[in-house]
Write a protein that binds this ligand. Structure first.
Ligand SMILES: [Zn+2]
Length: 295
């Protein structure tokens, strides 16, 4: 009798052990099952978003607004680390104002041609804004060459700061414009970072003619179509009282265009379809400004 009781007790504890094992096993299976689903969805979200980014936003290596400003100002030794504010440097300001006086600066070559300096931003090892698929330096050169082609047909002498993929410091660009006694200076760039659309920059305290040049260039380009009109602005992205190097140091009416964001799919569609139109728009704006002030 006693023996029977022991056997029964043993077999019931064995059954309990088996049930416990089964329960644990079932839990492991359930946890594994749901974990696999979670992993599956995580992978879908990860690969889906990178697909969308690379195909629609092209921002796999998008650049912050801060580094964008540095790019405007060039790389390494050309980096303009201390943009002079007008408040802190009144003598420079007075000098620049004087130099930017159109009556003093507007000179025509001996053969009577208007001289225009077109500055293709970046070049050589300075790619400017870039993604896996494109570089700002290539796009800016494309537009600069087209502006030259267009304005040369209009009997304008066009000086390009660079006509090939070569590196030029910002100082060299300014020097070229001054040495050739250019009547206008237009710097061509493309934007990067968060945002989209087209914008034009002028000197923080522009002359009327420089302001008109910026406005004319801007309006003409907008007429051809842009993804978004970000307006005409003075100063820099970070501070309206500081200036981009080439605008601060050139002495003729000048402006800088940002032809859409290079890391935005739609902006690139606009650029690729319309860059020749944009070049023509810049050329016409220069001629219009000249007529407005000098004829
Ligand atoms: Zn640039």
């Amino acid at each position: 009798m006693e023996k029977q009781k022991i056997t029964r007790a043993n077999s019931s504890s064995l059954r309990a052990k088996r049930r416990r094992k089964k329960r644990i096993l079932r839990r492991i299976v359930i946890v594994t099952y749901y974990s696999l689903w979670v992993l599956f969805f995580a992978l879908i979200i990860y690969f889906g978003s990178s697909f969308i980014r690379s195909h629609f936003f092209d921002s796999s290596d998008s650049i912050s607004a801060e580094s964008k400003i540095i790019m405007y100002k060039g790389n390494n030794n050309t980096l303009d680390t201390s943009p002079t504010t007008h408040k802190s440097d009144s003598s420079t300001k007075a000098k620049l104002e004087e130099n930017k006086d159109p009556a003093l600066k507007q000179k025509i070559t001996d053969d009577g041609k208007l001289i225009v300096c077109i500055d293709a931003g970046h070049g050589g090892n300075d790619k400017g804004c870039n993604t896996k698929k494109r570089n700002e330096k290539t796009d800016t050169l494309k537009v600069a060459l087209e502006v030259k082609k267009y304005l040369s047909q209009k009997d304008v002498k066009v000086i390009l700061t660079r006509s090939s993929d070569k590196y030029l410091s910002l100082e060299e660009r300014v020097k070229i414009a001054k040495k050739n006694k250019c009547d206008y200076f237009v710097s061509i760039h493309r934007n990067c970072g968060a945002g989209s659309g087209f914008e034009t920059w002028h000197y923080s305290t522009p002359t009327k003619e420089a302001e008109s040049l910026s406005q004319n260039v801007h309006n003409n380009i907008v007429k051809y179509g842009v993804s978004k009109d970000r307006g005409v602005k003075g100063g820099t992205q970070e501070d309206p009282t500081t200036d981009y190097y080439v605008l601060r140091n050139t002495t003729m009416p000048s402006c800088l265009v940002e032809l859409g964001f290079l890391n935005q799919y739609r902006d690139n569609l606009y650029f690729d379809e319309k860059y020749k139109d944009y070049a023509q728009a810049i050329g016409d704006a220069i001629l219009d400004t000249y007529k407005q002030y000098h004829k």
